[in-house]
Design a protein around this ligand. Structure first.
Ligand code: SF4
Ligand code: SF4
Ligand code: SF4
Length: 288
């Protein structure tokens, strides 16, 4: 058993024994015996099912925003990128600060494919990760590491940015035409938490329910603007998409724009709301 697993189990047992939390959301080994899946530990005995390895891909902060969990005292295991989600949610006052964040030093998560051929290549987000020690957690598991050089988070965008506007438009048309409107991308995203999503509202009806190119465009355009300055780059939306629409490209582009225009990276400031949620009268965005 790795030191990280031993450390997580010990911390969770302690939190549950002291009744500091009602339960802890972490990871256990899935039914295939290989990949980790989310697990809720309610008892000290159940704490011994918790694991942490390079298959712990899910961003568990998603569970914190579920309406039925409001009012509960919850512990949650977070990787550094997940911790940034938590910071955004706290800055947005999504729930009271009675969440115990168990941060785990993260060496990186590997790619897995549904078609088999699982490899040990790091996920795209991990290839450019510059924060392996979770920021602002209540409990730290693992040895804090000195962060390496800041890597280019946006290198994946270069081929698309080199294209003309017409070429990019054709690219996204092709992608969105394949969208099934299954909403898996929305359901897995911790930053998508509206009680009623605009995509399903009927009065007013912002987006038609028809699964067609125009409606799909609108769904993705509005969703990515809702996430501008709030997306922390976990890439979970892209991972769960059943038809492999490269949503990570779309969200990266918006993250880059927000960084360039507002010098703001989501999840790094707990005392400030994301820039597109605020407004200054004198602000000029120079959007020619
Ligand atoms: S982006 Fe960084 S913190 Fe997130 S899973 Fe990858 S290595 Fe871990
Ligand atoms: S990468 Fe996707 S799932 Fe993760 S925060 Fe951004 S939009 Fe949400
Ligand atoms: S997960 Fe993929 S197919 Fe489903 S709504 Fe999102 S983009 Fe469309």
């Amino acid at each position: 058993m790795s030191d990280l697993v031993t450390g997580i189990r010990a911390q969770v047992r302690d939190l549950l024994a002291r009744r500091r939390v009602e339960y802890v959301v972490g990871y256990e080994t899935g039914s295939d015996g290989v990949n980790a899946r989310p697990f809720f530990a309610y008892t000290t005995e159940e704490a011994d099912r918790l694991v942490f390895d390079n298959t712990c891909t899910h961003n568990l902060t998603k569970y914190l925003v579920e309406p039925e969990r409001r009012g509960s005292t919850i512990g949650v295991v977070v990787k550094p990128c997940d911790a940034r989600s938590l910071t955004v949610l706290l800055a947005e006052h999504k729930f009271p600060r009675d969440v115990v964040a168990i941060g785990v030093v993260c060496p990186g998560i590997v790619q897995r494919t549904r078609e088999g051929g699982d490899g040990e290549a790091p996920q795209a987000r991990c290839q450019v990760c510059d924060q392996h020690t979770p920021p602002a957690c209540d409990i730290l598991v693992g040895e804090a590491t000195a962060e390496g050089p800041v890597l280019d988070q946006f290198a994946r965008l270069a081929p698309l940015e080199a294209q003309s506007a017409a070429e990019r438009s054709a690219f996204w048309s092709q992608q969105f035409e394949r969208c099934l409107r299954c909403y898996a991308c929305r359901q897995t995203c911790p930053q998508c938490y509206c009680d009623e999503c605009f995509a399903e509202a009927l009065d007013p009806e912002w987006v038609g329910v028809r699964i067609g190119r125009a409606e799909n465009w609108l769904f993705h355009a509005i969703r990515c603007f809702h996430l501008a300055g709030r997306c922390i780059g976990c890439d979970e939306c892209e991972r769960v998409c059943p038809v492999k629409i490269p949503l990570g490209l779309l969200n990266r582009k918006l993250r880059k724009e927000v960084l360039d225009r507002f010098e703001y990276r989501a999840g790094t400031r707990s005392d400030e709301r994301p820039p597109l949620e605020t407004f200054r009268k004198e602000e000029k965005l120079d959007l020619a």
